[in-house]
Design a protein around this ligand. Structure first.
Ligand SMILES: [Zn+2]
Length: 81
């Protein structure tokens, strides 16, 4: 059983991820979260202090079909000259 002790939050995006030390999938999710939000104001707080009414959980699914969308999830607008 893994006990959730700490979470990483992005104050700017109001998202959070769990920080587990013994769970590979959660570590990957945390790394992806850190990459996406590395320019944002993030913080690591105890899970008991997380306000779940304010913050939404960040999910990362490592599906091969989503590999092509690694540009950051932004939709590209066709450029009209
Ligand atoms: Zn963010």
């Amino acid at each position: 059983m893994t006990r959730l002790e700490k979470v990483k939050i992005c104050i700017q995006c109001r998202l959070w991820v769990p920080i587990y030390t013994d769970n590979d999938m959660a570590q990957t999710t945390e790394q992806v979260f850190s990459n996406i939000h590395h320019r944002h104001m993030t913080a690591i707080i105890p899970a008991s202090e997380l306000d779940r009414k304010v913050y939404n959980r960040f999910y990362y699914y490592n599906k091969p079909s989503e590999r092509s969308e690694e540009s950051g999830g932004f939709t590209r607008t066709p450029r009209v000259w």
